[in-house]
Design a protein around this ligand. Structure first.
Ligand code: PMP
Length: 367
């Protein structure tokens, strides 16, 4: 194979900004305690697995997925409290919905805006889809900077504003008056990304039909189904109809749809798991905050952002945990506001205890 000929052809074919990127990092996790991706650590119980096996057996894999998703839509609306009269759009994970929103709204060069740091894929998807990404820095204590948001909205007239509520990776939840001010100021669409809503209080769902420019996006990834790749967007049917036009026709596969319908009949299991993680968050946060040199930020998600300001620093702690086969996400180099910060998913009680024991060891042995 002629590698240099391929490299030359790539250099004049693939976009320069894409060539300069590194792919989204997904850590090797075999044999590790996995606290890096906000997954639910609890597997589905056997009763649900048996029901899934029976559904999968019936799935018509020789056919494309049916275009009529009315039954699934009704079940999703009932399970997740989507208000009557709102439209629904499904995505292959909410990652795909982020693309569809930008593609439907943005001409090349139009602005997509979000407080920052937030979910990194808002920025990536905007750039992939030829939009311009405007990051509005959070305050030094990682709160929303409302005056800066309103000024940036006025200056850049964004087509799409993404607000992750609660926010990833900081865990903060923007207040109702802050969000109302943004909705009032935004000239285009405001997407409230409620990926972590099951671990927080409140939702913007009931407001969907009362606001002219609001849609709410959710995912099942954080409540036990990250492997399924299913996200949903709820909004006024007229907004949903426009965004639906850029959806690849068969974006949700037959198996995922069938499995989702089965699992939703056991939604109490998912709810109980989420409640357990939510209850275990506060004790974990307290224990982390009690470690020397560690600052913990309030979190409405199934994760905690912790800043390691002493020695060893965030990078060294991240590495030392990895050596002990405990994976957390290192944000130290991601943004100046996150210097020394690690994002730690809430795990099972045993996993949380193993993490705390390892951190105690790491912080005492090297200080
Ligand atoms: N929104 C936020 C705020 C997230 O943190 C994530 C996942 N990290 C997503 C969306 C993507 O979720 P999905 O797995 O549904 O693509």
């Amino acid at each position: 194979m002629n590698d240099s000929a391929v490299a030359a052809r790539i250099a004049r074919t693939v976009r320069a900004d894409i060539r300069a990127l590194t792919a989204y990092p997904v850590a090797q996790a075999a044999g590790c305690i996995k606290l890096d991706a906000m997954e639910c650590p609890y597997p589905l119980p056997d009763t649900v697995r048996d029901a899934i096996a029976a559904t999968a057996r019936e799935a018509e894999l020789n056919r494309y997925p049916a275009s009529d998703q009315q039954a699934l839509k009704a079940e999703v609306a009932a399970a997740f409290g989507v208000p009557a009269g709102a439209g629904l759009l499904f995505g292959n994970g909410s990652d795909e919905l982020i693309h569809l929103l930008i593609q439907a709204c943005c001409e090349p060069g139009d602005t997509v805006l979000s407080p920052w740091p937030s979910f990194v894929y808002f920025d990536m998807a905007a750039r992939f889809d030829h939009a311009r990404f405007e990051a509005v820095p959070l305050t030094s204590d990682l709160e929303l900077d409302l005056p800066a948001m309103l000024a940036a909205i006025e200056r850049t007239q964004p087509k799409v504003v993404f607000l992750a509520v609660p926010n990833n990776p900081t865990g903060g939840t923007w207040t109702e008056p802050q969000i109302r001010a943004i909705l009032a100021a935004a000239p285009g669409l405001v997407v409230i990304d409620e990926a972590y809503q099951p671990f927080a209080d409140g939702t913007w769902m009931p407001e969907l039909l009362a606001q002219p420019n609001l849609v709410v996006m959710r995912t099942v990834s954080k409540i036990g189904l990250a492997g399924l790749r299913f996200g949903y967007l709820a909004g006024h049917p007229a907004w949903i109809a426009e965004i639906d036009k850029v959806r690849p026709p068969y974006n949700l596969d037959v198996l995922s749809q069938a499995v989702l319908r089965t699992v939703l009949r056991h939604k109490d299991v998912l709810d109980a798991q989420a409640a357990r993680l939510r209850a275990d968050r506060a004790p974990l946060a307290r224990a982390l905050a009690a470690l020397p040199g560690v600052q913990v930020y309030p979190s409405g998600g199934n994760f905690i952002l912790a800043r390691f300001s002493g020695q060893p620093d965030g990078n060294a702690v991240h590495l030392a945990l990895k050596t002990r086969k405990i994976l957390v996400r290192n944000f130290s180099a991601a943004h100046p506001l996150l210097a020394g910060c690690l994002r730690i998913s809430v795990g099972t009680p045993d996993e949380n205890a193993a993490l705390l024991a390892a951190l105690q060891d790491i912080l005492s042995s090297e200080s």
